[in-house]
Design a protein around this ligand. Structure first.
Ligand SMILES: [Zn+2]
Length: 338
């Protein structure tokens, strides 16, 4: 099959090992931000979350619970809307439409890239080298620096818009073939994270919008949020199998973690605390003690700690497992609330 595609001259980039891979040159995408190269595939993966999922979507549309169009919005604007609110993924109650904005997609890709790269360069490679007793994996300070720059860009576009410089910053549209591992691995976790976010909104359409709780009942709203997370996780796990479970775990962690960088606190009125959503998700997925989903969660929490100068104690990093470290940090987050 691959040979066939090659003969047709299609998808040559799949084998490209040198030079620049530029998806913008081989295809026309909607939107202007480099994340546009993944939008189609992101929606495709969402629609095929598991074998019955597409039929489930069709059923919801037929029942009038879900609009048959995704409202994909484009535009070089920040996530924060000057008229109030954020251009974050949501389902619009009146029209049952799931809304997604290009800038949010950029943001989500950038935080995924940053967390993935920092995981590889500051946790995984040092661990491999220490186990082997020699430098099998070269740690690249430049990669770490770029990961932080990408993270800064993600934080920036929450409130202001700036162009994502495709020649300077890692991005999924135009990159050097020698960098493709980091970019394309990020793409996998990014699409998985977006799948979770979309499945969460779909769960609201299916279960909650027809009988929303009383406005005054904050805990009722928090309950439906947890229920939407659980339903999304269930759907994703059904489509994952053992060999893809780790990708699902990381994607779900990334999907939940994404909103944490908006604010210095994790508490919500209608939303449960971010750390509670994370912990519940990690626990119901039966995330194994040695899963790197724990480490991803820790890297994300450490970036957030640095961002808002919360000064958590990370002294046990490297001394305990990442699962243990995760719970230590969660306890410290809880301590701020009290
Ligand atoms: Zn929700």
């Amino acid at each position: 099959m691959f040979k066939f595609l090659k003969l047709l001259g299609l998808n040559e980039w799949l084998w490209q090992e040198t030079g620049i891979i530029d998806h913008g040159k081989r295809a026309k995408f909607l939107g202007t931000q480099p994340v546009r190269a993944l939008t189609h595939v992101t929606i495709h993966f969402f629609q095929n979350t598991n074998v019955d999922f597409f039929n489930e979507i069709v059923k919801l549309v037929e029942q009038g619970k879900l609009n048959n169009q995704l409202d994909l919005q484009y535009g070089e604007v920040p996530i924060e809307n000057p008229k109030g609110g954020y251009r974050t993924p949501k389902i619009v109650n009146a029209t049952r439409t799931i809304q997604l904005h290009e800038t949010f997609l950029s943001y989500q890709w950038c935080i995924t890239y940053a967390i993935y790269t920092l995981y590889v360069e500051t946790i995984d490679f040092p661990k491999i080298n220490a186990e082997l007793g020699y430098t099998a994996k070269n740690i690249t300070p430049e990669k770490i620096r770029k990961a932080k720059e990408v993270f800064d860009y993600a934080k920036y576009i929450i409130r202001y818009f700036d162009t994502w410089d495709k020649d300077e910053l890692p991005n999924p549209e135009k990159y050097s073939a020698t960098e493709r591992d980091y970019i394309e691995q990020t793409n996998i976790f990014y699409t998985e994270g977006m799948k979770f976010i979309l499945c969460h909104e779909l769960a609201h359409a299916k279960k909650h919008l027809d009988n929303l709780p009383d406005e005054a009942c904050q805990s009722c709203f928090q309950e439906i949020e947890i229920e939407a997370d659980k339903e999304a996780i269930e759907n994703i796990m059904l489509g994952s199998g053992q060999e893809r479970k780790i990708i699902a775990e990381v994607g779900i962690v990334m999907g939940i973690l994404s909103m944490i960088f908006f604010r210095s606190t994790t508490t919500g009125k209608k939303h449960p605390n971010v750390e509670d959503r994370l912990t519940i998700a990690l626990e119901i997925m039966q995330t194994r003690d040695d899963s790197y989903a724990w480490a991803f969660a820790c890297v994300g929490l450490e970036l957030w700690d640095t961002q808002f100068e919360l000064n958590f104690n990370w002294n046990n990093k490297g001394k305990v497992t990442y699962k243990e470290l995760y719970y230590e940090i969660v306890n410290q987050i809880k301590a701020i609330h009290n």
